[in-house]
Design a protein around this ligand. Structure first.
Ligand code: ARG
Length: 440
C-alpha cells in the first residue's frame, strides 16, 4: 500500500474512533473471557488492549474462566468433571483443581498486567489490578436427587466494593469462584459472574470474548446487532446457537434486562477484537442493545442530508412519496429520528391537524442494515405517544405497500372521508394510497 494511502486511512480511522474515545471515558465495562484465551499465545495482545482501554479512562472489570486449566488438572489426577443435566458436579477433587486453576490463571493475568507491556507504546503505564472476595455464592444444592456439591451460583456481587476500586483507577479481576458466609468456596461459571457483576454495577457494557465468530444466522452470516427483544426471541424460540455463544447470549439478555446498555459477543481469536468492536461503528461481533429508544430525537436542519440518504432508496422503490431537499427543509421539524453512533437509522414524520385532533404519520423508514430488529415498531409507538402528548386522538397513514404492517399494529382501513379536508385536497389520486387510521 502506498504510504500516502496508509496515512489517509490512519487519519480517517482515528477521526472515526474519536467519538467513542470520548464516549467511553469514565464508563464501566465488564469483559469476560475463557481459560482458552489465557492459555493462548496471543493473550498478551488482549491484555495490551485492556491496558489501552484503561489508559483511556474506561473502568474495567475482567472476569476470567479456567475450564481447560481445571480439566487439565483433573486429567493429571485421573479424574474428570461430571455433568448432570448440563450442570457440573464439583466434588472435593474437582474443587481442589478449581482453586488451583483459578489461582494460577489469576496470577498469570496479574503478572501480564504488571509487565507495563514492555516493547509496546504502553510500556511504563502502571496498571493496578485488584481481586478479592467480591462474589458471594450459594450452593446449587440437590436437584432432582443429584447433589451438585461444590458447584454454586452467585448470590450477591459487592458492587460498592468493586466501584471503590474502580474509582481508585484499578482494574478489578474476578475469578469463577465465590465464597459463602460460612467460609465455603464454590465453583461458578465466568459467564454467570460476569452477568451478575455487570447488572450489579449497572455497567455500560458487558463484553464476552468467545471462541466463535458471534451469533450466526440460518444463512451462516454474522448477526451484527440484535435488540434486546430480538435476542430474547432467539433464545425463547430455541433457534440454533453454537455452544460457545449460548451462555454469553443468555447472559447478554439477562444483563440488558437489568439495565446494562449494550452487550457484545466477540471472537477473541481476532487480533485486536476489542478495539475493532469498540472503536468502529459496525464492530466485528454481535451487539445486543437494551434501549431501542436510545438516540430517538427531533430532527434539525442539520439532519437533512442524513434523512435524504435514509429515505432515497425507499422513494426510488416507490414505497415512500418522493420529497425534494427543498420540501424536506421546510418539513424537517416534523421529523423524529433514531440515531445510532452518528448514523440516522430510522425516521418518521408527524403532521398534526389540531382542529381535527388528528395527525398524519408519514415517511416512516428504517435503514436497510437495521431492519427486522423492532426499530419501526418502536418508532411508531414513540410517535403515537408524541401525538398523545399533543392532545391528538387519531392518527392516520396513507400507504400503498405496508398496509399489513399497520393493520398488525391496530390501524383500521378507512376512506378518503376520514382525512381532514385540508389533507384531502392534497391527496394524490395517481398514487392511489389507502388510508388507515387508529384511535389513540
Ligand atoms: N463501537 C460501538 C460500541 O462499542 C458500536 C459497536 C457495534 N458493534 C456491532 N457488533 N454492531 O458501542
Amino acid at each position: 500500500m502506498p504510504p500516502q494511502q496508509t496515512d489517509t486511512q490512519f487519519v480517517a480511522w482515528f477521526r472515526h474512533s474519536s467519538p467513542y474515545i470520548n464516549a467511553f471515558r469514565g464508563r464501566t465495562f465488564v469483559i469476560t473471557f475463557g481459560g482458552e484465551a489465557v492459555a493462548d499465545e496471543c493473550f498478551p495482545g488482549l491484555i495490551h488492549d485492556v491496558a489501552l482501554l484503561n489508559s483511556l479512562g474506561v473502568k474495567l472489570v475482567l472476569v476470567h474462566g479456567a475450564r481447560p486449566q481445571i480439566e487439565q488438572r483433573l486429567r493429571e489426577r485421573g479424574a474428570e468433571l461430571h455433568y448432570v443435566n448440563g450442570l457440573r458436579v464439583t466434588d472435593a477433587t474437582a474443587l481442589a483443581c478449581v482453586k488451583e486453576a483459578a489461582g494460577t490463571v489469576r496470577v498469570e493475568i496479574e503478572a501480564l498486567l504488571s509487565m507495563g507491556l514492555a516493547n509496546s507504546p504502553m510500556a511504563g503505564a502502571r496498571l493496578r489490578v485488584t481481586s478479592g472476595n467480591f462474589v458471594t455464592a450459594k450452593p446449587l444444592g440437590i436437584r432432582a436427587g443429584v447433589d451438585y456439591q461444590h458447584t454454586g451460583e452467585v448470590r450477591r456481587v459487592d458492587a460498592d466494593g468493586i466501584r471503590q476500586r474502580l474509582d481508585d483507577g484499578a482494574i478489578v479481576l474476578l475469578s469463577p469462584l465465590g465464597y459463602s458466609p460460612t467460609g465455603e468456596v464454590f465453583n461458578l461459571t465466568a459467564a454467570e459472574v460476569a452477568t451478575t457483576a455487570a447488572a450489579a454495577l449497572q455497567a455500560d457494557k458487558l463484553i464476552s470474548l468467545v471462541e466463535h465468530k458471534g451469533i450466526i444466522d440460518g444463512r451462516r452470516r454474522l448477526v451484527h446487532q440484535l435488540t434486546l427483544a430480538a435476542a430474547a426471541g432467539w433464545l425463547s424460540e430455541g433457534r440454533p446457537l453454537a455452544e460457545e455463544v449460548a451462555a454469553p447470549l443468555s447472559g447478554a439478555v439477562q444483563a440488558c434486562r437489568q439495565g446494562v446498555r449494550r452487550a457484545h459477543i466477540l471472537d477473541r481469536r481476532v487480533d485486536g477484537a476489542l478495539l475493532l468492536e469498540l472503536f468502529t461503528r459496525d464492530g466485528i461481533g454481535t451487539m445486543i442493545t437494551s434501549d431501542i429508544y436510545e438516540g430517538t430525537r427531533r430532527a434539525t436542519i442539520e439532519d437533512i442530508g442524513g434523512v435524504l440518504e435514509l429515505i432515497q432508496p425507499l422513494e426510488t422503490a416507490g414505497v415512500l412519496v418522493a420529497r425534494s431537499r427543498e420540501r424536506l427543509e421546510i418539513e424537517i421539524e416534523h421529523f423524529t429520528l433514531v440515531e445510532r453512533d452518528g448514523t440516522i437509522i430510522a425516521c418518521a414524520a408527524l403532521y398534526p391537524f389540531p382542529e381535527k385532533k388528528a395527525a398524519e404519520l408519514a415517511c416512516l423508514a428504517v435503514h436497510a442494515d437495521y431492519q427486522r430488529l423492532g426499530y419501526g415498531a418502536a418508532l411508531l409507538a414513540h410517535m403515537e405517544n408524541e401525538a398523545n402528548l399533543l392532545g391528538l386522538t387519531r392518527l392516520f397513514v396513507l400507504t400503498t405497500r405496508t398496509a399489513h404492517w399497520f393493520l398488525e399494529r391496530g390501524y383500521r382501513a378507512g376512506t378518503l372521508k376520514d382525512l381532514p379536508v385540508a389533507r384531502r385536497r392534497l391527496y394524490n389520486f395517481q398514487r392511489n394510497s389507502r388510508v388507515y387510521a387508529k384511535k389513540l
